[in-house]
Design a protein around this ligand. Sequence first.
Ligand code: SF4
Length: 331
Amino acid sequence: MALLEVRDLTVEFPTTDGLVKAVRGVSFEVDSGETLGIVGESGSGKTVCTLSLIGLAGGGRRGGQALFRGQDLLTMSADELRAVRGAGIAAIFQDPLSSLHPLYRVGWQIVEMIRSHEDVSKAVARKRAIDLLGLVGIPQPARRVDDYPHQFSGGMRQRAMIAMALALNPDLVIADEPTTALDATVQAQVIDLMVRLQKEFHSGLIMITHDLGVVADIADRVLVMYAGKAVETAELDDVFYHPHHPYTKGLLESIPGASGTRGKLRPIPGSPPSLIRLPSGCSFHPRCRYVMDRCLTDEPPLMDVGAAHRSACWLPATLSGLAEGTEAQRM
Ligand code: SF4
């Protein structure tokens, strides 16, 4: 059994304008030591899909099953979920101040996190906080442990948040756009750090991002989401060299530096649909350059297009021109 097995997950939010279908029947699994990249534009459902599992997506009606170490997260009480958060599943966010309180010293916050889940003395927890800050590359951790978050640079705050996420040695880490707010150099350092720590801790990792370039550096498998659905899922190399879904291809063409763009980015035209009023048939059809009559009426399910490679598109791989190897390449 995988560390996390999500089956046919749905998440809906009733609003005065109608029902927001944020996640529509998504399935995936993650094992220890494995990284799953979940990729899509804003509004694709990628964040709701994962954070809803640990009660951090603002409520909503959830359906399906999410077995973590064999127990269904979707049927747990608030107290049971609180116990899972931290020690079982930890989250890292784009904004470190969503995890680090600006008014408390960084080290104190890590100590409190440890002591809220484990019966250890303050001295022991403080020693662990210093060790963790050192592990994530904070210079002079024994001195910086008493700094406030605003005394850290953006990259250091991100590292401190990673230290906090790892404080209880979680089995699974969910990282939601953890490097988006950082400049390219710091972003690369933080990604390297996450790769190194994941190997060391042998945890599972879900990396949520809008940028396929980020998952190229870190993921084993990729799940591409559009309008609340999984539209393509495959091993990393298949996504980059043999993408099937036109949306995946569009994401690849919008990576700066991808060779097929010949220096020019080709953004996907249009914007994601309203999750209240979805287009008929394939939700991507208003933006798809390969659209056919059938796409306007029939919604494609995820179908096998290769070994461990599935795509929700009616285009046959042989006719799509997409299976010959994408123009874009991993950076
Ligand atoms: Fe495009 Fe049709 Fe495939 Fe949808 S099913 S992605 S509209 S070709």
